[in-house]
Design a protein around this ligand. Structure first.
Ligand code: PMP
Length: 355
């Protein structure tokens, strides 16, 4: 740290993104990307737009929000587009949480929440998941704080039913409830259908996972227009041009080819079930997942050792050092071919260990 770094952020511990190695080609199962390329329309739309890069982009994302409105069944004024759902989350924290409305979220969840809280000087409480890594809905009923829940949760993959989400939203009518649906397209029930009924609910989503656009950085928030206006106040005080032209056109084209992405999600769900079974056959405990990853613990191999041994063999998975989950690894679901390589390499590692 230089002597110039602001004392205000002295204790800030930044988020550690998953590895994005540039040196060699791995079977990359560590950051929950889609293994499938964007649809053809996206490639064409991006190449058409390149000619217009000398002009600023549309800060309101009018065309993109119109397409979103068609897919999600809400008026465009219920929608804000941002640079990844990370940005929507950060903006929502800035807009709706402070000392008087501190944040509350599970102890095991997306690692960016405490970082966004710290950088914005928002106090937060972490509520432990139950022993089987479930969110206990009762812990969030009438908590009188700004609630954030990833549904499905990460890195566990566990998902709450819509009726439980509704209970939490209904019981906290004086506070905002943020439901982070980054992984909802892999089997969960979205809470978007509740945004017209509850003026305190924000649903965030992303094009990074089910729509194969992690590298383009496109995320969104869906909520009552008054909440959206508040998030826009933060956006227009930070970076109004946060969705570049290429990303915007890519997003519009992707929404027009929803069938392609729906089919990819079905494939991922099938591959997830196959992988979970194959891992269980190898003695792993698997948390039931509704996401594009599984959270897995081996009875024979330590979590970190497995991560390192797989990396050595060219397969990247995600290991977390937090005490409660250090025996587990999060494994992104890829193509069948990738999952077969994963299982084959784990078998090799098990063989080497027992020698
Ligand atoms: N929420 C959760 C739970 C995530 O795991 C991620 C991905 N790291 C995000 C939000 C952010 O995704 P993005 O910024 O790529 O939209």
């Amino acid at each position: 740290m230089s002597k110039f770094f602001t004392k205000r952020l002295n204790n800030l511990v930044p988020y550690t993104p998953g590895e994005q190695p540039q040196d060699k080609k791995y079977v990359k199962l560590n950051t929950n990307e889609s293994p499938f390329p964007p649809s053809n329309g996206v490639l064409e739309a991006v190449s058409r737009e390149i000619d217009r890069l000398e002009l600023y982009c549309d800060p309101e994302c009018v065309k993109l929000r119109d397409e979103m409105s068609r897919i999600y069944g809400v008026d465009p004024d219920y929608i804000i587009m941002n640079n990844g759902s990370d940005e929507t989350l950060n903006f929502a924290f800035m807009a709706f949480a402070d000392e008087k409305s501190p944040l509350v979220f599970p102890d095991i969840t997306y690692g960016f929440y405490p970082v966004f809280a710290e950088i914005n000087h928002i106090p937060y409480e972490e509520i432990p998941l139950t022993d089987d890594f479930s969110v206990d809905v009762n812990d969030y009923i009438g908590v009188n704080k700004t609630v954030v829940i990833a549904n499905p949760n990460a890195p566990t993959g566990k998902c709450l039913p819509l009726c439980d989400i509704e209970k939490i939203v209904k019981s906290n009518s004086e506070n905002v409830v943020i439901i982070d649906e980054a992984y909802i397209d892999f089997g969960g029930e979205s809470a978007v259908c509740l945004v017209k009924k509850y003026d305190n609910l924000i649903v965030t989503g992303t094009f990074s996972k089910s729509r194969s656009m992690a590298g383009a950085r496109l995320g969104f928030g869906i909520a009552n227009p008054k909440l959206i206006a508040d998030i826009n106040t933060i956006k227009y005080s930070t970076n109004p041009y946060n969705i570049n032209r290429l990303t915007s056109e890519a997003g519009i084209a992707a929404l027009k080819e929803q069938v392609y992405y729906d089919n990819n999600c079905k494939t991922i769900i099938n591959n997830r079930e196959w992988t979970a079974k194959a891992l269980e056959d190898l003695g792993f405990t698997i948390i039931p997942s509704k996401a594009n990853f599984v959270f897995a613990k081996s009875k024979d191999i330590d979590g970190e050792k497995l991560y390192l041994a797989l990396k050595e063999k060219g397969v990247l998975i995600r290991h977390f050092t937090k005490e409660r989950i250090k025996d587990y690894n999060r494994i992104t679901i890829g193509t069948m071919e990738q999952m077969e390589i994963l299982i084959e390499k784990i078998k090799e590692i098990k063989g080497e260990i027992s020698l």
